[in-house]
Design a protein around this ligand. Structure first.
Ligand code: GUN
Length: 291
């Protein structure tokens, strides 16, 4: 493992710039796909249940950027008291709708709804979030199709920063189905030696100190201290915590930046990549569906 180029100062990875590159690539693919299909561009359906302000912002971004790369955005906003049956009914409709190439159900869902049942209802060919058992199983077997957006964005950032996962000690803090677990598969598929930490991990600091690639994805503000970071390590911060100090990550950036070889800021690191990879997944789902 190593950072190519041998930079002596820590490099702050610009997620906004990398995301813009991905979007430009996606826009070109959309143009080609539409040209080959009588002008019909891929379509992404977004489903948002309830009135969580952060989720509204995230979904708003997804819709704007979908249209920004020339794709169609179809939005379904449902009330907080929506029943599971109603939501499952909508997903069946979207599964059957030929105009819909990707389905994104924004999480979290209100408590009366069983998230696992909703994810399981999504047609895996339209699973642009990569969360169904089919998508997760293919990724775990090392033959991925649609990969969850945030971990895919993390891999893209590592590539962009010149970080080689092969042979590296990669430590992931967090084991969620959205980030930690799929990222462990991606890093393993890239020949890293992967450790996944969680709330029961003994000596979390000690495990983190061994990491060449350290990813924090737990949702705990500044949990990862500067002295948990090995000199020269690549540090990827997936956290987005709203605190009295504003939006902060899971890493104590101000300390960690002094020792890391490369590090993502919050905001402007992983966040913009999630939406960019969603757009890429939608193009992939459309191409696969259209043969
Ligand atoms: N909520 C937070 N991140 C995500 C994501 O990547 N996908 C979905 N569907 N919901 C989220």
């Amino acid at each position: 493992m190593g950072l190519r180029g041998g930079a002596s100062s820590p490099r702050v990875i610009d997620g906004k710039a990398v995301a813009a590159e991905v979007r430009a690539r996606v826009a070109e693919q959309v143009t080609k796909l539409a040209a080959a299909n009588d002008g019909r561009a891929p379509g992404l359906a977004t489903v948002l249940v309830g009135d969580d302000p952060a989720s509204h912002v995230y979904v708003g971004n997804k819709r704007t950027q979908t249209e920004g790369v020339g794709m169609r955005s179809v939005h379904h906003g449902l009330g907080t008291s929506t029943s599971q049956q109603e939501l499952l009914g909508l997903i069946q409709e979207l599964n059957a709708d030929d105009e819909v190439d990707g389905i994104l159900v924004q999480l979290p869902l209100p408590e009366q709804i069983d998230q696992d049942a909703v994810i399981a209802a999504i047609d895996s060919r339209k699973d642009v979030d990569g969360l169904t058992a089919e998508s997760a199983g293919l990724l775990a077997q090392g033959r991925p199709h649609l990969i969850p957006c945030t971990p895919q964005g993390v891999m893209e950032l590592l590539r962009h920063a010149g970080v080689e996962p092969e042979g590296a000690d990669a430590v992931i803090v967090g084991r969620s189905i959205l980030v930690g677990r799929p990222l462990a598969s991606l890093l393993l598929n890239a020949n890293a030696t992967v450790t996944v930490c969680h709330s029961r991990t003994r000596d979390l600091a000690g495990v983190c100190r061994r990491a060449d690639i350290l990813v924090a994805a737990v949702g705990s503000p500044r949990l990862v201290r500067g002295d948990w970071v090995k000199r020269g390590a690549a540090v990827i911060d997936v956290g987005m915590n709203r605190t009295e100090d504003g939006l902060v990550g899971d890493v104590d950036f101000d300390r960690a930046v002094e020792v890391a070889g490369a590090i993502t800021p919050v905001p402007g690191g992983v966040g913009p990549m999630t939406v960019a990879m969603l757009l890429q997944n939608t193009v992939l789902a459309a191409s696969a569906r259209w043969g």
